[in-house]
Design a protein around this ligand. Structure first.
Ligand code: ATP
Length: 297
């Protein structure tokens, strides 16, 4: 490719409808069992590129506190694409962030996945789907899921993904909060509370199966009844804004509400748009900035 070409991508965020931890980090990582779900709340990622003499990457972002150098996952994704494909490219990436940062919604990971997809398209698909997925797994645990999206069971570190049948399009209200949660700290808190996590898979199997059945049947009530996030018990007591947001969602008509990932973002599931709008107004009165979104099937 000799001429500079570009494309704009939607980089969708994710929520976890289910998140359990099955082992401690003794083997180098905590093994998880999760159902991840793409949502319409997304970043806009514009990527333009041209073949060059060597790899050159420039990145800009609408948020001043996001690093624009090799610390940015989108930047790392461009470097990795060039290395894996053997293409020395000059790449320009523009990020318009809308997904809450460090909020448990895989915001950085989805930007990275969008850059991998965009560059592979712009250069005529030099990497196969399998090669892209392998590159994504090198970049970060959530990135393979972000490449594929929709609904999937994610195991291992989160990088082993298996699509799940899902007929339920959920109406959501996503509520970021200003309290921060560092993922390593969240896992350390879990370790203190749960020890070696022995027996958790068997203990929660019925709930996990019921959730899968509800997703396949498009049974919203069954989904909200069986949603689960192990992090809630240890994080919400220490993050009162997020705990309050969850409480407000439930008192204003959400049929279910839960924290996503290691938090602190929480989401509510609604039966109808009218109730969702009223809940949105109520949360705004309490100083929150809720965002409407839908799940992507
Ligand atoms: P996850 O759900 O995968 O744990 P998260 O949504 O909690 O991720 P991110 O929004 O990805 O967290 O941000 C985590 C940190 O990564 C931030 O502190 C930020 O400085 C850094 N970062 C690097 N690249 C990006 C990016 N493209 N967008 C947002 N944050 C980024």
């Amino acid at each position: 490719m000799e001429k500079k070409v570009g494309m704009e991508m939607r980089a969708n965020g994710k929520i976890n409808l289910y998140l359990d931890v099955l082992s401690d980090g003794a083997s180098g990582f905590h093994e998880i069992q999760s159902i991840m779900q793409s949502v319409s709340l997304c970043d806009r990622v514009t990527v333009s590129a041209v073949r060059g003499q060597d790899v050159r990457i420039r990145l800009s972002c609408n948020l001043p506190y996001i690093p624009c150098d090799a610390r940015n996952i989108a930047y790392k994704a461009a470097e990795l694409f060039c290395a894996e494909s053997g293409i020395p490219a000059e790449v320009h990436i523009r990020l318009q962030k809308r997904i809450p940062v460090a909020g448990g919604m895989a915001g950085g990971s989805t930007d990275g996945a969008a850059v991998l997809r965009a560059l592979n398209k712009l250069f005529g698909e030099p990497l196969t789907t399998e090669q892209l997925l392998a590159a994504a797994a090198k970049l970060g645990s959530d990135i393979p899921f972000c490449l594929c999206g929709k609904t999937a069971v994610c195991t291992g570190r989160g990088e082993v993904i298996e699509p799940v049948e899902n007929r339920a399009k959920l109406l959501l209200l996503i509520v970021p909060s200003r309290e921060s949660v560092s993922t390593p700290w969240a896992y350390a808190e879990l370790d203190k509370a749960f020890g070696d996590f022995a027996g958790r898979k068997a203990q929660n199997a019925a709930r996990f199966d019921a959730l899968c059945t509800a997703l396949a049947a498009g049974d919203t009530a069954g989904i909200t009844k069986n949603m689960y996030n192990i992090f809630e018990d240890v994080i919400l007591p220490k993050r009162p804004q997020a705990a309050r947001a969850k409480e407000l969602l439930l008192t204003h008509g959400a049929i279910g509400a839960m924290m996503s990932g290691s938090g602190p973002t929480v989401f509510g599931v609604f039966d109808d748009d009218d109730t969702r709008k009223k809940a949105e107004a109520a949360l705004k009165k309490h100083g929150y900035y809720p965002k409407q979104a839908e799940t992507i099937l």
